[in-house]
Design a protein around this ligand. Structure first.
Ligand SMILES: [Zn+2]
Length: 266
């Protein structure tokens, strides 16, 4: 279906890019992107995906808005305190762009629901805040063959990488096992400057948009590290590990069913 007059005008500044055009915009409209986590990374990521006209945007989050979220989780407002994050996220995104569909999942991702939740999406954005969920999402996306854009932030720093299942390194190629519970501190213990997930979340949205348009060069095979205190980026080349427990040549993890190593609770 051709773009409407309203769409042509709304998306004009990206439509006139050589790499987009009307065909690219229609591709974005057909696309389905799942953002797992409506927090510090998920907020800017979802905002820019919605603004760009991603036709179907899924938002997964089981939390309610807390006062300590508002310093960085910009989808939510002070008046949303106590409301489910997926509700305030959905309202903010629809207010920005009523042309898109926002699907909400007020759930915690577990091995029992991960595969059905990500099914049908073209790209998944990892905007979670804990290691069990990060490894679960990696494994689910590798098993389902869905590109995953990983991101993580702490203090003044952020990292990100893109996983193209079985074509490039996955998260477990780098880190075969999650750290022990409590082994790595979180933002609740050591803090995070609010603009840091802002930087990384926007880059995650850009990465997803490029994947959908099939333009440019993505972060597959490259771990990007951002230091906000010195405002510097560096990157480390990463390769698939033939011994990777999920995408290696004889993987130990072949499903999320019984026997899947899970310590994330129900
Ligand atoms: Zn791997």
């Amino acid at each position: 279906m051709a773009l409407t007059g309203g769409e042509l005008k709304r998306y004009n500044r990206q439509l006139i890019l050589r790499e987009v055009g009307e065909e690219g915009q229609e591709r974005l409209r057909r696309a389905r992107v799942l953002v797992v986590g409506a927090g510090g990374l998920g907020s800017p990521a979802a905002y820019y995906l919605a603004a760009a006209g991603i036709g179907t945007l899924g938002i997964v989050d089981s939390d309610r808005v807390d006062l300590s979220n508002l310093q960085r989780q910009i989808l939510h407002r002070t008046e949303d305190l106590g409301r489910p994050k997926v509700e305030s996220a959905s309202r903010a995104l629809r207010a920005l762009n009523p042309l898109i569909e926002v699907k909400t999942y007020p759930i915690k991702l577990t091995p029992a629901n991960a595969m059905e939740t990500i099914q049908g999406y073209d790209v998944v954005i990892d905007a979670v805040d804990n290691f069990p969920a990060r490894f679960l999402l990696n494994d689910a996306c590798v098993l389902a063959g869905i590109p995953l854009v990983e991101g993580g932030v702490l203090r003044w720093e952020g990292i990100m990488m893109t996983v193209l299942p079985r074509r490039g390194a996955c998260y477990r190629c780098l880190f075969p096992e999650p750290p022990p519970a409590g082994g790595v501190p979180g933002a609740g213990e050591v803090g995070v400057m609010g603009a840091i997930p802002g930087v990384l979340g926007v880059l995650q949205a850009l990465e997803a948009i490029k994947l959908i348009l099939g333009v440019g060069e993505g972060l597959a095979g490259r771990l990007l590290l951002f230091d906000g205190l010195t405002t510097s980026f560096r990157e480390v080349a990463i390769e698939r590990d033939p011994a990777c427990p999920v995408c290696g040549s004889s993987p130990r993890i072949t499903s999320l069913g019984p026997g899947y190593p899970w310590e994330g609770g129900d």
